[in-house]
Design a protein around this ligand. Structure first.
Ligand code: HEM
Length: 514
């Protein structure tokens, strides 16, 4: 009997051991699968919200704009968190300290951009530099752009063009004011920014101008956000089903076709000895076709650089200007102060010349505060880790997409105090905020990013924005249209957080344009 009991015990023991072994193997396999999914062998992944199979964390982002939803999640999960968008692991940095670690301490490790299907399709036959992988091509094109195209001397050389476009903007507002119509500030400001950009980038005499702009706009719209194929890159079905993939392909082809026409036109004019005048008259495309003093660039690269400059430069600047006007309308004291400043500095003159902008420190604070509160590229442009890296003590494996929530960082009460959500340009005249700058050295304020991939168009963008804002405030008094109690400050979804609805205002001429 006792022998039978012992045998029974042994049998149970063996069964138990086998069960435990199986369980362990199962858990190990699961763990390995998890680790493999995260990419590599992370030791300590950043915390994050719970995930569902297949869609990952996407259900946490439903119902709010991504930068807002991610800010709310970061308040619960911390300044560095791990999300999963479909198959893609995405790490989000949401505090100045986390941003410093990504953009400064490990700048080189995070200096590349993810290559999503949308980007690969758009870049199909030409690689610019905004979305290019880190490497020799990016380095060469960026250097050319920083030194030859977007540097202070070149930007200064376009002063006359900008002033002419600002005069056209003022004339359009004045015409609407004279007829008593409400002015669509959003639309006029966008036209101004795009016209100024077209003239500076490809010149004002191109035949295919309208088709060219329509293509750029479509390309930009399609490259915003994530497409289905981007979220499930390994799923050929998703790719086949994704209507956007096909739209992107069609847009990319059309864009190349139109752009080639523009370039041909330029080349023909150049060959005829007409159109490559003195340096100060050269537009950016002239310089690109010239090779900028180095070996000539291939046509695909030229196409892509032109597209990048438009894509990165136009909507961001136009959107910032619209937010600035909208915020000023909500803060009459700030509006009055900015107007008193510009009208005082330019007393007796009939238009704003760029030299006068030096005398408008408050106007600059208005733009700075707008960039803080409405970082128009709210999640910056995505980065990707080139190697396994530790950020704030957490492991970020190679190949992880990294987003920096510049929008949330600009509104962080830990930096800007209890009124961080309010528009108050004066904050930059007081206390520690006065020392903060947005040129990539202070991680509390990152509207243009920081590090190797930071925005190279700051000088260009500020020149366009300051002149327009000064002109609008110098010539006109502004009022909300009758019946408007509260301005609609909602944002749209996209790479840039634009105002969702156009800003309509009443303008009254105070200083008549010539
Ligand atoms: C208010 C205006 C603007 C804002 C808020 C803005 C913001 C940004 C941000 C956040 C980035 C990503 C930086 C990073 O990854 O660290 C960026 C990149 C870039 N911006 Fe801007 N930008 C503006 C105007 C412009 C203008 C006017 C141009 C050119 C004409 C321009 C050209 C670019 C390019 C080419 C890149 C990619 C740089 C690279 O990957 O190496 N931007 N911008």
């Amino acid at each position: 009997n006792s022998q039978a009991m012992a045998a029974n015990h042994e049998k149970h023991g063996l069964l138990l051991a086998a069960a435990i072994l199986l369980l362990l193997l199962f858990l190990l396999a699961k763990l390995r699968r998890r680790r493999k999914k995260y990419g590599g062998v992370p030791l300590n992944p950043p915390p994050g919200p719970w995930q569902l199979p297949v869609i990952g964390s996407m259900h946490h982002l439903v119902g709010a704009l991504p930068h807002r939803a991610m800010r709310d999640l970061a308040l619960r999960h911390g300044p560095l968190m791990l999300l999963r968008m479909g198959e893609l692991p995405v790490v989000v940095a949401s505090s100045a300290a986390a941003a410093r670690d990504v953009l400064k301490t490990h700048d080189a490790a995070f200096a590349t951009r993810p290559r999503t299907n949308t980007i690969a399709t758009l870049d199909g036959d030409g690689l610019g530099f905004a979305l290019a992988p880190y490497g020799d091509h990016w380095r060469r094109v960026r250097k050319l752009c920083v030194t030859e195209l977007l540097g202070a001397p070149r930007v200064r050389s376009f002063q006359g063009t900008r002033e002419a476009e600002a005069a056209a903007l003022v004339a359009s507002v004045a015409a609407a004011a004279a007829s008593g119509d409400v002015v669509n500030v959003s639309s006029l400001v966008s036209t101004y920014v795009v016209d100024a950009a077209v003239r500076v980038i490809v010149g004002d005499r191109i035949a295919g101008r309208d088709a060219f702009l329509a293509c750029l706009e479509e390309g930009l719209r399609l490259s915003s956000g994530f497409s289905l194929a981007d979220l499930f890159p390994s799923s050929r079905l998703a790719r086949a089903l994704s209507r956007r993939s096909r739209q992107v392909e069609a847009a990319a082809q059309e864009m190349s076709r139109v752009m080639d026409g523009v370039i041909e036109e330029k080349r023909a004019r150049k060959a005829a000895g007409n159109g490559m005048g003195r340096e100060e008259e050269q537009d950016i495309l002239d310089v690109l076709l010239d090779g900028g003093g180095t070996a000539p660039l291939d046509i695909g690269t030229i196409r892509a650089v032109v597209r990048d400059l438009f894509g990165a430069g136009s909507e961001s600047s136009a959107s910032t200007l619209q937010w600035a006007m909208a915020e000023l309308m909500r803060r009459p004291a700030a509006l009055r102060r900015a107007q008193a400043e510009v009208r005082g500095a330019l007393a007796g003159q009939s238009r704003v010349r760029e030299e006068a902008l030096q005398e408008l420190p408050y106007l600059r604070l208005v733009i700075k505060e707008t960039l803080r509160l409405h970082a128009t590229v709210p999640l910056m442009l995505p980065r990707e880790s080139r190697e396994a890296t530790r950020v704030l003590g957490y492991d970020v494996p190679q190949g992880t997409m990294v987003l920096v929530n510049a929008w949330a960082i600009g509104r962080d009460a830990a930096t800007f105090g209890a009124d961080a959500e309010e528009f108050r340009p004066e904050r930059f005249e007081e206390g520690t905020a006065a020392a903060l700058d947005f040129r990539g050295t202070d991680f509390e304020l990152l509207p243009f990013g920081a590090g190797r991939r930071m925005c190279p168009g700051i000088t260009f963008g500020l020149a366009v924005m300051e002149l327009a804002l000064a002109s609008l405030l110098f010539h006109f008094d502004w009022e909300l249209p009758g019946g408007t109690v509260e301005l609609d400050m909602a944002e749209t979804f996209g790479v840039t957080a634009k105002m969702k609805n156009d800003l309509w205002l009443h303008a009254a001429v105070v200083v008549p344009p010539l």
